[in-house]
Design a protein around this ligand. Structure first.
Ligand code: PLP
Length: 465
């Protein structure tokens, strides 16, 4: 294979993608007419596209390339395991790497979350956790305790059930969603909170809404609360201080399981293995993870489950049940070997401490962009942040023009050597955790320049002042 990883050259591959590939969130009207940028190689926090342009990877792929691209340690671990035992069926055998990884993850999770179920990615991790909630309440003889509480603007995946729990309006048209099992609460969006409400009042509003909803549906009909510690794809929404703790208290009072979806925040994004306890002060019943567990080298996900919860439906409480949820690739030996090597690199290189050290600088630099007139809000924690572009500060929500502006900024960034993930009117950044101060400077300089260029263009076009 050549540099592109194929016998074909870049032009042939672009043509093949155009003719035969369907990508996630494909814009169907343009199918076959355009292709996304083809990335060919990676190195540290950089990737290179088929035209040879080197790009700083602002979103870390899709919030996942924690230790950076092309690490020899991970490649070697993958290769060694593929040559040792490339596959085993988890339905009637176990492999060494999955057993070791389960034990390692159990030692990294808070509280008594000491059992781990492996899946193939984030959607299957959340889906499996939700199916566990159904299984759990059925075994406990509470077949009505099934409603899942979740939030507008949350994102939990692309299976039938996880898509139903995802509250992002843009993902919904033309799909049939299992909405009868779900009840949506407000997004804890501090920036867009109702006008005139203080942040403290907003917290009371959110807690009151949660309590009212539990009362309205009835606690005997609610199985779980499913929440990202911070809403990632929803635009880095960090709830008011105390939100998670107070909701967990309500859940405990009503025997509602609390599922913390750490698919984005897990494995170092906020400077800790998991953010639930270390950053937000809660020990949930279930933590879902994926992405950073392998730094994106190979697919893997899973959930960690509290022993106290598990005890209620296992051993003498099992009532003859089988948790018949699983995948051909649950606990895949090559994926688990990659995850073990990834955890080793994070530990050996002190990457969590590095994130904690460098995050204040990253956040300060992001905040400095707020002085630009197009920037309505900046927010973040750890190595995840967002710049929200607002052309009309009086508008209650993002306008189509705001979204167009954000796409323009993204385009300029790309031309200048930075990948930014535009989500609606937001430029979201979550770089690989190994990013250095100099690389942060370069990321911020490109982003600032792109926003300024966009402002100048809009003024020249007479569309904004
Ligand atoms: N949960 C959260 C919080 C996510 O952000 C995502 C994906 O971005 C998922 C679940 C779904 O993960 P995957 O795309 O690996 O299926």
């Amino acid at each position: 294979p050549n540099d592109v990883g194929s016998q074909w050259n870049a032009a042939e591959l672009v043509e093949a993608a155009r003719e035969h590939l369907i990508s996630p969130a494909e814009e169907m009207a343009k199918l076959g007419t355009v292709t996304r940028p083809m990335l060919t190689t990676g190195d540290g926090v950089y990737v290179t596209n088929a035209q040879g342009r080197r790009l700083l990877d602002g979103p870390a792929g899709m919030w996942c390339t924690q230790i950076g691209y092309n690490r020899r340690e991970i490649a070697d671990a993958i290769s060694a395991q593929a040559l040792r035992l490339s596959y085993n069926s988890p339905w009637y055998s176990v492999n060494g790497p999955s057993a070791e990884l389960a034990a390692r993850i159990a030692s990294l999770t808070p509280g008594d979350l000491d059992h781990v179920f492996f899946t193939t990615g984030g959607s299957s991790a959340v889906d499996s956790a939700l199916r566990f909630v159904q299984f759990y309440n059925n075994v406990l003889g509470r077949p009505d305790k099934k409603t899942i509480l979740c939030r507008i603007d949350g994102y939990h995946g692309s299976t039938h059930l996880t898509a139903a729990c995802s509250g992002r309006a843009g993902n919904r048209p033309n799909f049939d969603l299992a909405l009868d099992t779900v009840s949506f609460l407000s997004a804890p969006n501090v920036y867009r909170r109702p006008k005139g409400m203080t942040e403290a009042d907003f917290l009371e509003f959110l807690i009151g809404e949660f309590e009212d909803r539990v009362a309205a549906i009835g606690p005997d009909r609610i199985g779980a609360f499913l929440a990202e510690p911070l809403l990632a794809s929803g635009g880095i929404l960090i709830p008011p201080e105390g939100y998670h703790r107070r909701i967990l208290d309500i859940c405990r009072r009503h025997d509602i399981l609390y599922i913390s979806d750490e698919v984005v925040t897990g494995f170092g994004r906020c400077g800790h293995w998991f953010a639930s306890e270390a950053v937000f002060g809660i020990t949930p019943d279930i933590i879902t993870f994926a992405k950073g567990v392998t730094s994106g080298y190979v697919p893997l996900g899973g959930f960690a489950l509290s022993d106290a919860v598990l005890a209620r439906v296992s051993g003498e409480n099992a009532k003859g049940s089988f948790y018949t949820n699983g995948y051909t690739y649950s606990g895949h030996p090559v994926s688990c070997a990659a995850a073990l090597a990834n955890i080793e690199v994070i530990e050996r290189d002190g990457i969590l401490a590095h994130v904690r050290d460098i995050a204040p600088y990253f956040q300060e630099q992001i905040r400095s962009l707020k002085q630009l007139p197009l920037v309505g809000d900046t927010r973040g924690t750890g190595l995840v942040a967002c710049v929200e572009c607002v052309t009309d500060p009086a508008a209650p929500e993002a306008t189509d023009f705001d979204k167009e502006v954000s796409r323009r900024i993204d385009h300029h960034c790309y031309e200048l050597g930075l990948i930014v993930r535009p989500i609606g009117n937001m430029c979201v950044l979550s770089p690989p955790l190994v990013i250095t101060k100099a690389e942060i400077d370069s990321l911020i300089a490109i982003l600032r320049r792109s926003i300024v260029l966009t402002q100048d263009e809009l003024r020249a076009e007479g569309r904004w002042s």
